[in-house]
Design a protein around this ligand. Structure first.
Ligand code: CP
Ligand code: NVA
Length: 327
């Protein structure tokens, strides 16, 4: 498998066997790291991390993975770079491409990361846009494989806002890997028709079932995985909390939902999560609407079925596989 020089912008650009390869490679890198075996596979190269939105996991995963691979790492946030205000995306990409061997970008529009990739001349990795979050999906699939021993044929249910980055990317990833995907939510939050049609085409090849269901009991029956994400994403206005709570509270992941799924079903979340009042927003919204958890209850989040911190760790191993393969 040769992925040298490739960008990692969305899973739609990758074949099933390429995605499998990245997950398998991450598994090897993870076991090497646990055994204390060094893998400075990219020594002498440099990467830049360009963030227009905040991050804990993605930034740290790129930094630690980069250092483990022997890379020099620069972190740039919007306030400390010229991009946007004084310099165009095209010019910024051309400058960074002259200095660095790879570029990570987190921001708003998928068009921006595609544009950076067009002009940089070096591999570009998508660290989240409004449309897609592809490195997260690799970590999620590695976690499912570790927990359930397989991907193909797994019944995967996504609850909540299914038309933003997480819902979109998980639907694409499931279609590619033969995982049965159900978006269980209010129909206002189903992904766009065009993306659904693309996924249905892919699913014909892989055998995945792609379904949309508003009835929680029906959707979560026989689920192996219940996945959710926050209801108001980065870049969205705080004003929409009220509407989201009204629309999505019926799709909260709680004990009743988990009990309706398979006995050994796992709970997944990309994080950060609102599962208690221990955050500024969690406290403010919790007090206003008299809720202790939003998209997931604290009980489920902390239960033995929850694998959210395994997912978080796997961000690092899978991002390392992406960088080592493409650089
Ligand atoms: N899951 C994820 O992307 O987390 P961060 O926003 O902390 O990077
Ligand atoms: N949908 C969330 C994902 C965070 C990792 C957001 O975009 O804020």
């Amino acid at each position: 498998m040769n992925l040298k020089g490739r960008n990692f912008l969305k899973l739609l650009d990758f074949k099933t066997e390429e995605i499998s390869y990245l997950i398998d490679f991450a598994k090897i890198l993870k076991s090497e790291k646990k055994a204390g075996i060094k893998h400075k596979l990219c020594e002498g190269k440099n990467i830049v991390l360009l963030f227009e939105k905040t991050s804990t996991r993605t930034r740290c995963a790129f930094e630690v993975a980069g250092k483990d691979l022997g890379l020099g790492v620069t972190y740039l946030e919007p306030t400390t770079s010229q991009m946007g205000d004084k310099e165009s995306i095209e010019d910024t990409a051309k400058v960074l491409g002259r200095m660095y061997d790879g570029i990570e970008y987190r921001g708003f529009s998928q068009d921006t990361v595609e544009k950076i990739a067009k002009y940089a001349g070096v591999p570009v990795w998508n660290g989240l846009t409004d449309e897609f979050h592809p490195t997260q999906i690799l970590a999620d699939f590695l976690t499912i494989q570790e927990q359930l021993g397989k991907l193909k044929g797994v019944n995967f249910v996504y609850m909540g806002d299914a038309r933003f980055n997480m819902g979109n990317s998980l639907m694409v990833g499931c279609a590619k890997m033969g995982i049965n995907f159900t978006a269980c939510t209010n129909k206002k939050y189903f992904p766009k028709k065009e993306l659904i049609d693309t996924c249905l085409e892919i699913a014909k090849e892989t055998g995945a079932k792609i379904c949309f269901e508003e009835d929680v009991e029906k959707a979560t029956k026989n689920a192996d995985v219940i996945y959710t994400d926050i209801w108001v994403s980065m870049g969205e206005s705080k004003e929409i909390w009220q509407e989201r709570i009204k629309d999505l509270l019926p799709y909260q992941v709680n004990k009743k939902v988990m009990d309706n799924a398979k006995k050994d079903a796992i709970f997944m979340h990309c994080l950060p999560a609102f599962h208690d009042r221990e955050t500024t927003i969690g406290k403010e919204i919790g007090e206003k609407y008299n809720l202790n958890g939003l998209e997931v209850t604290d009980e489920v989040f902390r239960s033995s079925q929850s694998v959210v911190f395994e997912q978080a760790e796997n961000r690092m191993h899978t991002i390392k596989a992406v960088m080592a393969s493409t650089l």
